[in-house]
Ligand binder design. Structure first.
Ligand SMILES: [Zn+2]
Length: 358
């Protein structure tokens, strides 16, 4: 197996240097062939469909991979408040069977409704991939900043005097316009990660999409759906809603929706992307400035596997934002206390106002 540069030479010894997820999958396949646990089924069109059973996966993982590819412990993820309460009620020894069955029904309903949210989101993402539908779906999220400290160089760890300094962190924010473009924005430590930054990132992406639409003479999108998590500092606040209203007032679009999935059930495709990018960044040995970080991300995004999965043009650039004053972000009303619901805000340009999008 060829050494894989994604697992930098200083991380995890020689074994890590020669193992990657691709290699894992290749060896898993070999393992499947070895142990003869293939269930072969003939489909109507006569092709062979191979189904790997869980024990095979577990066997290959435990024998050769457990120390290389680690699964994060579930305690490392934040848990949904409602799910936690339901589980506690179900585990309560003094509760009667009736109460427990009632809780179980409510828990199932909660899980089902979060799944229905997802299905709606995935349907919209699929619809956005076809330009004929004239709908844009943007998913926005910031990446966990833990691994983005600069500069990074094994030589810098040599002296205790240098080690005591706090290194500045980069912030990464992504706007994924499904089927159109993936725009990753890198912010320096002094650039605040607030609603000005989010509005700027959305505006850049819209510009890019509309330029592409004009160039390729596709139908012009009339609807925009913005999906994000429930962070009031970023997308879910009055500044972003005002920006949306402004876009409609200037006849840029006909309809804008802000969709927020249920609290703590917001992980979606963009979070999967962050997992891949963070792993690559964490395993790169030398990163001296933001341009090095950008180049590393571009290199990762150019890998065929990831490129196919993203399935649209991807760009990584620095974002310099002029912050508006004041930035006292607040969302009024009971929305913040209402942890059980998902929120959706729709802004619509009414018919009959001489609609002429420009
Ligand atoms: Zn939950």
């Amino acid at each position: 197996m060829n050494p894989d540069r994604r697992y930098g030479k200083n991380k995890g010894g020689s074994k890590a240097a020669t193992h990657s997820v691709d290699a894992f999958l290749a060896m898993l396949y070999e393992g499947l062939c070895d142990v003869g646990e293939l269930q072969a089924k003939t489909t109507m069109i006569g092709t062979w469909l191979r189904i790997a059973r869980y024990p095979t996966f577990a066997k290959v993982y435990k024998t050769r991979w457990a120390d290389v590819l680690k699964f994060r412990d579930k305690s490392l993820f934040t848990q949904c408040e409602l799910c936690f309460q339901f589980k506690q009620q179900l585990a309560c020894k003094s509760a009667s069977m009736e109460v427990k069955l009632g809780t179980l029904c409510k828990y199932r309903e909660h899980l089902e409704s979060q799944y229905r949210d997802r299905v709606a989101c995935w349907t919209l993402q699929e619809a956005a991939a076809d330009p004929k539908n004239q709908v844009l779906v943007f998913q926005l999220d910031g990446c966990d900043q833990g691994k983005f400290r600069l500069p990074r160089d094994p030589a810098l760890k040599a002296t205790a005097a240098l080690a005591k300094y706090n290194r500045p962190r980069l912030t990464l924010h992504g706007v994924w316009a499904f089927g159109r473009t993936l725009q990753l924005r890198v912010l320096d430590e002094p650039t605040r990660h607030d609603s000005s930054c989010i509005v700027e990132a959305i505006a850049h992406t819209l510009e890019e999409v509309f330029a592409e639409v004009e160039r390729t003479q596709q139908p012009r999108p009339t609807s925009l759906v913005l999906m994000g998590d429930n962070t009031v500092r970023e997308l879910k606040n009055q500044f972003c809603f005002l920006y949306g209203a402004n876009l409609l007032a200037r006849n840029k679009l006909r309809h804008i929706s802000f969709l927020f999935m249920r609290k703590s059930h917001t992980h979606d495709r963009v979070d999967q992307l962050w997992g891949i990018i963070s792993r690559r960044i964490a395993n790169t040995d030398v990163l001296l400035n933001s341009q090095d970080t950008i180049n590393t991300m571009l290199d990762e995004l150019a890998r065929p596997g990831l490129r196919n999965w993203v399935n649209c043009r991807a760009s990584v650039t620095k974002l310099d934002v002029c912050h508006w004053q004041p930035q006292g972000v607040k969302l009024e009303g009971g929305l913040l206390e209402d942890s059980g619901a998902n929120h959706s805000f729709t802004l619509l340009l009414r018919k009959g106002t001489g609609l002429n999008l420009k």
